[in-house]
Design a binder for this molecule. Structure first.
Ligand code: ATP
Ligand code: MG
Length: 357
């Protein structure tokens, strides 16, 4: 049995790690977020060496040198390239540690829910090897809920929808536990994909990731636009000739393309809410749904969902940091940490290993 006293020791100087498809976010108690970088690496294809990590790799995207390619080792919430995911995580942990005098003795970490247990264990080992004494694992939905302000003591149910880059996760939380959840390998990156496909097929323009991301965050809306002729110039490569080119697109043109993706997210939420026990459903009816994750920042998404499910919908404060903020909160509550960490990985059983401070 794990003693609370030994856990208390573990939770001093702790690091919270949210390993996501799009970004990895690391926070340290009392210092807040110390690292927020794209989950990307740049690889030299000839030597297979990793030449850059995170933001530095992202800055090369689309304009890589001939032998270098930028890769996302986690795709759609799945570890596509395990060895490189490990190296990336180790790099981020080292960077986060050198950010201050704080030495992390242990960490709480979330990772995409589809990562297998074997992979989870190997990834937590990678973090441990990068200088963390002990790594606890926690379910992402629960961490996001705590970060969005759900109290672990609350007996009534709350609904949290995390819209990440590669996954959408609906979690129903009561008394600090997940009572129901559903997730799909489908997230905000799908919007980039449909925008790129639309431009290529219908406008004959090939565009890069930077362009679709710009359109998504600055031009796209999930409202039916008041002015469907508001337009923007988009630059890229002409599909026919290969030459640099530009086309003008309008809000009216992209609205239906994006709406199809948003509708699918709304359907997942709606379907999940029909699977609840009556008391839980009653709580959600009263309280509505809270959105977390970067995808919830899409203009008008909360209003769209509100009218789709006919319930109150709000966006959490700092939605991209909800998960890591939830992990940080556990530092103050070792008892809760003990309960919510995944002990099916055998991690908690090992936690009594003598500790050198
Ligand atoms: N202002 C914005 N408007 C629209 N979308 C945004 C905005 N900011 C970020 N995003 C999108 O949010 C997504 C990243 O969200 P988040 O950081 O929560 O993902 P993640 O945790 O890495 O992914 P996952 O949880 O799927 O593993 C990206 O698809 C990004 O394009
Ligand atoms: Mg996430």
């Amino acid at each position: 049995m794990l003693k609370i006293s030994s856990l208390k020791k573990l939770v001093t100087d702790q690091m919270a790690i949210d390993l996501g498809t799009a970004s990895t976010i690391i926070a340290v108690k009392d210092r807040g977020v110390v690292l927020d970088e794209p989950s990307l690496i740049a690889v030299n294809e000839l030597t297979e060496e990793i030449v850059a990590y995170g933001q530095e790799a992202a800055d090369m995207t689309g304009r890589e040198g001939r032998d270098v390619s930028v890769k996302a080792p986690l795709i759609g919430g799945v570890v596509a390239d395990f060895e490189r995911t490990k190296k990336m995580l180790a790099n981020f942990v080292k960077k986060a540690r050198s950010g201050g005098s704080n030495i992390a003795l242990s960490a709480i970490m979330t990772m995409p829910s589809d990562v297998t247990h074997v992979e989870q264990r190997a990834l937590s080992n990678a973090a441990e090897e990068a200088g963390i004494g002990k790594v606890f694992m926690m379910e992402e939905g629960l961490a996001a809920a705590f970060g969005a302000g759900v109290l672990p003591t609350d007996k009534r149910a709350s609904a949290i929808v995390d819209i990440g880059a590669g996954t959408t996760n609906v979690a129903i939380i009561a008394k600090g536990s997940v009572v129901h959840s559903a997730s799909e390998r489908f997230g905000s990156n799908e919007i980039n994909a449909v925008l790129a496909t639309h431009l290529r097929r219908h406008r004959g323009l090939q565009v890069g990731e930077e362009t679709t991301e710009f359109l998504k965050t600055n031009f796209v809306s999930t409202f039916i636009p008041d002015d469907i002729s508001r337009s923007i110039d988009v630059r890229g490569r002409d599909v026919q000739t290969g030459s640099p080119a530009a086309v003008e697109i309008t809000t009216g043109e992209v609205y239906p393309v994006v709406e199809a993706v948003v509708r699918r997210i709304a359907e997942l939420v709606k379907d999940t809410l029909t699977e609840l026990r009556p008391e839980v459903a009653a709580d959600i009816y009263d309280r509505g749904v809270v959105l977390t994750g970067g995808g919830s920042l899409l203009d008008g998404l909360d209003q769209y969902l509100r009218s789709y499910i006919n319930l109150a919908v709000s966006v959490a404060e700092e939605p991209r940091y909800a998960t890591v903020n939830g992990l940080v909160k556990l530092f103050d509550d070792p008892k809760l940490l003990e309960r919510v960490s995944r002990n099916d990985l055998g991690i908690l059983q090992n936690a009594e290993i003598p500790f050198e401070a």
